[in-house]
Design a protein around this ligand. Structure first.
Ligand SMILES: C[S@@+](CC[C@H](N)C(=O)[O-])C[C@H]1O[C@@H](n2cnc3c(N)ncnc32)[C@H](O)[C@@H]1O
Length: 118
């Protein structure tokens, strides 16, 4: 595994990646900004590779256990972002071009939404 530093709005993105892991990143941004970031991820990934979006996801009715709601208040007061549901993150991934989207639990609070470049 290797790490690459950069600006996810302007790039450059590495050209030899197997996967891109976005941990607690897209919650900081509105849908338009997320689509820009995820669009860059799509362009950077080779066909057959995944983007993994780790978040404290809200439940479908926008409720959550303590951590997700606590973080949501912070996001609403200091960013243009949003605490999203699995479906909302999946819609962003789909709009960015990703397919076969699925959500997997990491622990009691965190999940990863995975989309594949086909
Ligand atoms: C909520 S933190 C998440 C940190 C870490 N990935 C984690 O899971 O704990 C969001 C991160 O995005 C970084 N960030 C903000 N704008 C960025 C940009 N344009 N390009 C790259 N990173 C950025 C911030 O510096 C911060 O480290």
């Amino acid at each position: 595994m290797s790490f690459f530093s950069g600006n996810f709005f302007t790039g450059p993105y590495p050209d030899d990646v197997d996967a891109i892991f976005m941990s607690h990143v897209i919650h900081d941004w509105n849908d338009e900004d997320c689509l820009q970031i995820l669009g860059h991820c799509y362009e950077a990934l080779p066909t057959g590779s995944p983007v993994l979006v780790q978040e404290f996801l809200l439940d479908d009715d926008k409720t959550s256990q303590l951590l997700g709601v606590f973080q949501w208040f912070g996001l609403l007061s200091s960013t243009s972002g949003d605490q999203r549901t699995s479906a909302e993150v999946g819609t962003l991934l789909s709009k960015a071009g990703f397919a076969e989207i699925e959500t997997r639990a990491v622990d009691r609070e965190q999940s990863i939404v995975i989309g594949w470049k086909k």
